[in-house]
Design a protein around this ligand. Sequence first.
Ligand code: 13P
Ligand code: SF4
Length: 322
Amino acid sequence: MPTAQEIYEQSLSGVYMPEHWAALAPLVDEINTLKRAKNAIILAHNYMTPDIFYGVADVVGDSLALAQKAAATDADIIVQAGVHFMAETSKLLCPDKTVLIPDLEAGCSLAASITADDVALIREKYPGAAVVTYVNTSAAVKAASDYCCTSGNALKIVESIPHEEIIFLPDAYLADFVAGKTAKTIRAWKGTCEVHERFTPADITKFRADFPGVVVLAHPECPPEVLAEVDYTGSTAQMQAYVERERPARVVLLTECSMSDNIAAANPDIEMVRTCQLCPHMKRITLPKILRSLKEGVHEVTIPDGVAVAARRAVQRMLELS
Ligand code: 13P
Ligand code: SF4
């Protein structure tokens, strides 16, 4: 494992002033030493700040990649640098491992928008439909569902299952995005992401006027009138892959802003136009909290067996279809 100083020189000298890194470096070194001593692994979502993303993460990616890597790890402890539903997904896939979330309040507006009782009610309304649930939900909601999906594989999951009618929960905009690409009937819920719902078509008009030639990418949690105006729509990992493959001279990502910082650090030749939209839940995860998590074993994520069995089935079906 490289030292904090080596990580700085390799990836972060364009992101942090030396004085700022001098304050972060001892935390990075202590976390990396402790991680090895405890056979722990840090799974970090693409929205983590660069000090976490480049400094201490063992695996980085979108929700799908993090779930796939969690399922494959032989570490004893997983520290989830992301939000609570991601830690629950890791626990579902690794029931015998200790899964820690550094801040229990790291939630998600989509996960908070629906309960298992809501799923039962909507099932009654459409009895022949399959329930496909976005990974941004609680374990209890997954347990009430047939299949799980992420933004990276939502269309693939919907297309792969035999049902012609799908209850797609809880993101109304992701449901609309999928409905536009499949012949199947999609029944949506009314949840939204509090970060992506803020983008508007007027933002795009302004980006294109202020930054001529800018390529506009968006996450499918954005409203449909926004997605209608962009050059490409994809999950966080798919947007990153697009940037690294197409190498636009100038690009803006309509998504959480730390992701642009992380891509910029690895691609200094690409001009990343920043949107300054931050997810308040993701931003609860910090280096000091990760260090405490490792030192004190907090906060351990547990899922009652009655919920875990059914929720795991929905997630595993997704991984098989992916
Ligand atoms: P991804 O699976 O695309 O990384 O999205 C997760 C998320 O929470 C987006 O807001
Ligand atoms: Fe949830 Fe939106 Fe934050 Fe993603 S960005 S974790 S969907 S609130």
